[in-house]
Design a protein. Structure first.
Length: 457
C-alpha cells in the first residue's frame, strides 16, 4: 500500500517555467547553503580559539587534527552522497518502501564503519598525524585533539545518512535546523570546556564530539517523525537483500575512492606546507578555512542539483534534468564570483579575526590572493559533483578525481620545490581546474543516458 501524503512522501512535481526553476533551485539551495556554512564554522570556532592561545603550536595542532578528521570523516562522506542520490531517485519515483530500505541500509553501514574506526583509533591517529608532518609539539597537540574528538565517529557517520536523506527528499529547512543546532552546541561546549574547565586543546576536540552527539539525537528524532506512514512492517531480509546491498556498496565504493583521492590531495597540500615551517602550516590552515567556507556554501547549489537531478531521473523526466543542470550552473557561477570579491575585500580582516599571531597574519596575507582566486576555479567541480551524485554515476566521479589527484601531486612536487608555498597553491588551483574539466566532458553522456529513459506521460 502506498504511503499517504506526508512530509516524507515522494513528489514528482517539477517547475513548468524558467523563472519557477530558479525559484525552486534557490528554495532548496539557500537553506542548504545556510546549513552547510555551519560545518566550516565548527572548524573556524576551533581555529579561532586555538589562534588566540599563547603558543602557535596549538593552532598548528588544531590544523593537523582538523586534517586528520578530514581524512577520516571525509573518507566516509560517501554515506551522505550515496544516500542522497539513491534517496532522490526513489523520491522521484514515488517509492516510499525503497526510501525506508535505503536509509536502513545506509545506517547499518554507518554504524559498522564507525565501530571499526573506534577499534583502531589509537594507531590510526598516530599513523595519519605522522604522515601529515609538522613539529613534534604540533603533532602532540594534534593527538590530544583527535583522541578527544574521535569517540563521536559512529554518530558522525550516522549524521551523514540523516543529512543525505533530508537532502534527497528536499527537506532543506530541516537540514538547516540540524546543522545550526550542532553549531550552537559546539560553541557552547567549546567555551565551557576550554574556558570553563580549562581542558585546552583536548577540550576543543571534546566539544566538537559533544556537538555531533546532539546532532545525532536530533537526526534520529527527525527520521522517526518523517518516516512514511501506511507501509508494511519492515522486512529485514529485503532491507539486506544481496543485490540492493551490493548496489549501495558499489556506489559507496566509487565515492570512497573519489573522496580518498580528494583527501590525499588535501593531505599532501598540508604535508608540503608543513615542511616550510609551523608558521606556513598555520597560515595555510587559516586560508583553507576560506576554501572550506566557500566550498560548503556553494555545495548548497550542488546539493540542490543532487536532489533535482536524482528526482528527474527517478521520475523519467528529461526536460527537468536539463533544467536542473542549467539553473544550478548559473547560480554556482554567481556565487563563486561573490565569494572571490568578498575575499579580496575583507580577507585581511577575516585573517585578523582568526588569529592574533603576527607572523601567521603576515604570512596568510601573502597568500590571500590564491584563496580569493579559488572560488572562480573550484565552484564548477562542486556543481558537477552534485549532478553526478544525483545520477549515481559515481564511477565517472572516481575517474575524474583520480586524474586530478595525479596531476596535482606531480605539480605540487615540481612547483612547490621551485616556488615554495606559491607553487603549492598554484598546483592546488590546477587540481580544481582538472576536476571540473574531466567531469564536464562527461555531462553529455549523462544527458544521453536520460534519453534512453523516456519521459513518463
Amino acid at each position: 500500500m502506498s504511503a499517504p501524503a506526508s512530509l516524507s512522501s515522494p513528489s514528482t512535481d517539477f517547475p513548468s517555467s524558467p523563472g519557477a526553476w530558479h525559484r525552486k533551485v534557490l528554495g532548496l539551495s539557500i537553506p542548504i547553503v545556510l546549513a552547510n556554512l555551519t560545518q566550516p564554522l565548527l572548524s573556524a570556532v576551533d581555529t579561532a580559539i586555538a589562534g588566540h592561545m599563547a603558543d602557535v603550536s596549538v593552532l598548528g595542532g588544531v590544523a593537523l587534527g582538523g586534517l586528520f578528521f578530514l581524512f577520516v570523516f571525509w573518507g566516509f562522506a560517501f554515506l551522505r552522497m550515496g544516500t542522497t542520490g539513491l534517496v532522490a531517485q526513489a523520491h522521484g519515483a514515488g517509492d516510499a518502501e525503497a526510501l525506508r530500505a535505503i536509509v536502513l541500509r545506509a545506517l547499518s553501514l554507518a554504524f559498522a564503519f564507525g565501530i571499526v574506526v573506534l577499534a583502531v583509533r589509537a594507531p590510526l591517529i598516530r599513523f595519519v598525524i605522522g604522515l601529515l608532518g609538522g613539529s613534534p609539539t604540533a603533532q602532540a597537540r594534534a593527538m590530544a585533539y583527535c583522541s578527544a574528538r574521535i569517540f563521536a565517529a559512529p554518530l558522525v557517520l550516522a549524521n551523514f545518512v540523516v543529512l543525505g536523506y533530508l537532502l534527497g527528499t528536499q527537506h532543506a529547512r530541516l537540514a538547516l535546523l540540524v546543522q545550526w543546532v550542532v553549531n550552537v552546541a559546539n560553541v557552547v561546549a567549546v567555551l565551557t570546556f576550554v574556558y570553563g574547565f580549562g581542558w585546552g586543546i583536548a577540550g576543543i576536540g571534546a566539544a566538537t564530539a559533544c556537538a555531533d552527539a546532539v546532532g545525532f539525537v536530533l537526526g534520529m528524532a527527525l527520521l522517526a517523525i518523517l518516516r512514511p506512514r501506511g507501509l508494511r512492517p519492515i522486512r529485514w531480509p529485503a532491507v539486506f537483500e544481496r543485490h540492493a546491498m551490493l548496489h549501495m556498496i558499489g556506489i559507496n565504493r566509487d565515492i570512497f575512492v573519489r573522496t580518498a583521492c580528494l583527501v590525499v590531495s588535501f593531505g599532501w597540500f598540508a604535508h608540503t606546507g608543513a615542511q616550510l615551517g609551523d608558521t606556513v602550516l598555520a597560515a595555510n590552515a587559516l586560508l583553507l578555512n576560506f576554501q572550506t567556507f566557500m566550498a560548503y556554501a556553494l555545495d548548497g547549489f550542488a546539493n540542490a542539483a543532487e536532489a533535482l537531478v536524482g528526482a528527474a531521473l527517478g521520475a523519467r523526466h528529461r526536460a527537468a534534468l536539463l533544467a536542473a543542470i542549467r539553473v544550478t550552473l548559473i547560480w554556482t557561477g554567481g556565487g563563486a564570483l561573490a565569494f572571490s570579491l568578498c575575499y579580496l575585500a575583507i580577507g585581511p580582516s577575516i585573517i585578523d579575526w582568526l588569529t592574533d599571531q603576527a607572523a601567521v597574519r603576515a604570512t596568510a596575507r601573502t597568500y590571500l590572493p590564491w584563496a580569493a582566486l579559488s572560488p572562480l576555479l573550484s565552484a564548477w567541480s562542486f556543481a558537477l559533483d552534485g549532478m553526478f551524485i544525483g545520477a549515481t554515476r559515481t564511477r565517472d566521479m572516481m575517474v575524474s578525481m583520480a586524474i586530478a589527484m595525479a596531476l596535482f601531486l606531480a605539480a605540487a612536487m615540481g612547483l612547490g620545490h621551485a616556488f615554495g608555498n606559491h607553487g603549492l597553491w598554484a598546483a592546488f588551483m590546477l587540481f580544481m581546474i582538472v576536476r571540473a574539466v574531466t567531469l564536464g566532458v562527461r555531462v553529455p553522456a549523462l544527458v544521453r543516458a536520460a534519453v534512453i529513459i523516456a519521459p513518463r506521460s
